[in-house]
Ligand binder design. Structure first.
Ligand SMILES: N[C@@H](CCC(=O)N[C@@H](CS)C(=O)NCC(=O)O)C(=O)O
Length: 252
């Protein structure tokens, strides 16, 4: 059954399709926000059908941040709660046969990436002078100049204030990179010689790890974090493997 809605013909399926509200792709990545990319990776790995709805102003979302999801009229903000919701609805499709201890470790690594490592990425993209113009022109490409410069200045101010509040912004750039390197070492040791963090096949943690590892490696900007991870053959190979399998349209 099809219904005319003025601009587009929609099928009935379109009306009931789960919607992932997320930013448009940038920097050669499906998403420059690891939170958005994590949820999309989770859905793809779990075989959950969805449609992507482009967010231009995250302030319009329920928490003022992307991603959020709409399912049958219910709106769920925050990648953590989206994944929890999908897990409950679909019977925890990516837990494989992992034991409690392994799942607890995966949970901890996910929080490390979301709550700590993430801020190193934010710092390098938004604060480092050598990257700021690149970030501005990629993320704000839809805004014409000179407005784009003004919007970026305001956004950068708010990012710096968030970094200061969280604490990372009070560290030197060397200290920020040192902390990120420790996190990357932990990832590398955890992956070891397995093809996936989940073992022989991807598990829930792989949605998060590919979102961060791809966000470290792919954007071609001045980044000591990128230089460091690119020396880790194991994580580089993991990135290539996962991108080919999960996001083939973005794999090199
Ligand atoms: N805890 C949230 C974090 C989401 C988040 O921080 N999103 C950023 C992009 S990476 C955002 O929308 N920032 C816009 C803003 O703060 O104005 C989640 O897991 O979804």
């Amino acid at each position: 059954m099809t219904i005319a809605t003025g601009y587009k013909i929609k099928t009935l399926k379109d009306f009931f399709m789960l919607e992932l509200h997320q930013f448009a792709p940038h920097f050669g990545l499906p998403n420059a926000s690891p939170f958005c990319m994590k949820v999309e990776a989770f859905m793809r790995l779990a075989g959950i059908e969805y449609k992507s709805v482009k967010v231009t102003d995250p302030a319009k979302g329920p928490n003022g941040k992307a991603p959020w999801m709409v399912d049958n009229g219910e709106t769920i903000p925050d990648s953590r709660f989206i994944i929890e919701y999908l897990n409950r609805k679909h019977g925890y499709p990516l837990r494989n046969d992992l034991g409690k201890e392994q799942l607890a470790l995966h949970h901890t690594i996910t929080r490390m990436l979301d709550e700590s490592t993430y801020w190193g990425v934010v710092f390098e993209r938004w604060v480092l002078k050598e990257n700021a113009a690149l970030t501005r022109d990629a993320l704000l490409e839809s805004i014409p100049n000179p407005l784009r410069k003004l919007v970026f200045t305001l956004a950068q101010r708010s990012v710096k204030s968030a970094l200061h509040g969280q604490g990372t912004g009070r560290l030197s750039s060397e200290e920020i990179v040192t902390l990120a390197k420790h996190d990357i070492d932990a990832l590398s040791d955890l992956l070891a010689d397995k093809p996936y963090f989940g073992g022989d096949k991807p598990a829930e943690i792989d949605a998060t790890t590919i979102a961060y590892i791809a966000n470290f490696i792919t954007p071609k900007m001045s980044s000591k974090i990128r230089d460091y991870i690119c020396d880790d053959d194991n994580l580089v190979a993991y990135n290539e493997r996962m991108m080919k399998e999960v996001f083939p349209e973005f794999s090199a």
